[in-house]
Design a protein around this ligand. Structure first.
Ligand code: UDP
Ligand code: MG
Length: 311
């Protein structure tokens, strides 16, 4: 489908305690979109910020009439905030973007060019992540490798949420009923005709990252359990292997006892084996727990987010 330059584009910007950057962000966005012909709407989602973000957003809205502000009733997390924006957006194309200017608004032009060429998804790929810490880069790389090994849905490496999606893609995303929304996985799961543009990721303009080690670890677990059942199924094979080893070991002990008689009780080996198996079993139960916990939350069918007010 070819798109003309009257098609509305929605920019979706989740904000959590971003009072230090929203104004700069707005300046950058304004600078980019005034050079473009398409009409825009900019949806800010205030994700329960505890600072003055909401006030600042409302002030901005008075100045620019293409801004809409959604205020969530509390902090629901970036995935939920983004989902709220996606649900409320009216555009023919949607662009989720971080407000800390780590996603350069300049790229919007390239997104739209690719969209006009007929692509339904345009991804922004980070070619240089030196602005992220080494630990973050390494753990991200490991996560993608592991995730893509055990899941049918392949998440492209070094691609964040910053992208353009056509209305067709948005409809597909909204047709997924799950309320634990691991957006990177959901985006990849729906597929469609995809183009990629490359960029260098800048450091955060001001303020602090909301994703520390523990949050990222849980995010990774969420991603893996949302799109793969391999961690559940692997225990069948672990069980097989251990049972097989036990069989061999048991036969050997029986034979040895029959031939040489009973020797001194093997306290050390016994303890080791019991502890080892106990550990393995607890790990298996833990993984079960991860999935059951998620089933439990999912079964409640709670909404993904609650809107307090739309400004
Ligand atoms: N964000 C949000 N809710 C949260 C955490 C983050 O809406 O609970 C927003 C945040 O305001 C920013 C984007 O998500 O626009 C990315 O957050 P951040 O820059 O902290 O993540 P990083 O770039 O370090 O991965
Ligand atoms: Mg950031």
């Amino acid at each position: 489908m070819n798109v003309d330059n009257t098609a509305l584009i929605s920019i979706i910007a989740p904000c959590y305690n971003e009072e230090a950057v929203v104004h700069h962000f707005m300046e950058e966005i304004e600078r980019v979109i005034t050079t473009m012909e398409n009409p825009f709407e900019l949806i800010f989602i205030n994700d329960g910020s505890s600072d003055n973000t909401l006030k600042k957003l409302i002030t901005l809205k008075k100045r620019y009439d293409y801004i809409r502000v959604l205020n969530l009733s509390r902090n629901f997390g970036k995935e939920a905030a983004m989902t709220a924006g996606i649900d409320y957006a009216k555009g023919d194309a949607l662009i989720p973007i971080d407000v800390d200017l780590q996603d350069p608004p300049e790229l919007i032009k390239e997104f739209v060019i690719k969209w006009n060429e007929g692509f339904d998804v345009v991804l922004a790929k980070r070619v240089d992540r030196s602005s992220d810490t080494k630990a973050k880069r390494k753990s991200a790389e490991l996560f993608y490798k592991f995730h893509n090994k055990i899941s049918h849905v392949k998440i492209p490496n070094n691609v964040g949420d910053y992208r353009l999606m056509s209305r067709k893609v948005v409809k597909a995303i909204q047709s997924l009923p799950e309320n634990q929304r691991f957006m990177k996985g959901i985006f990849a799961w729906v597929g469609f005709n995809t183009a990629t543009v490359e960029y260098v990721r800048d450091p955060r303009l001001a303020g602090e990252t909301n994703f520390n080690g523990w949050k990222l670890w849980n995010f990774a677990l969420e991603g893996i359990t949302s799109f793969s059942t391999v961690p559940l199924r692997v225990w069948l094979y672990v069980g097989f292997v251990i049972a097989f080893i036990a069989l061999i070991f048991g036969s050997w002990i029986i034979l040895k006892t029959l031939i040489y008689g009973i020797d001194a009780p093997g306290y050390a080996s016994m303890t080791t084996i019991v502890l080892f198996l106990g550990g393995i079993q607890l790990m298996g139960i833990g993984i079960l727990g991860e999935y059951i916990g998620r089933l439990y939350i999912e079964a409640k069918r709670r909404p993904v987010y609650i809107i307090d007010e739309e400004y």
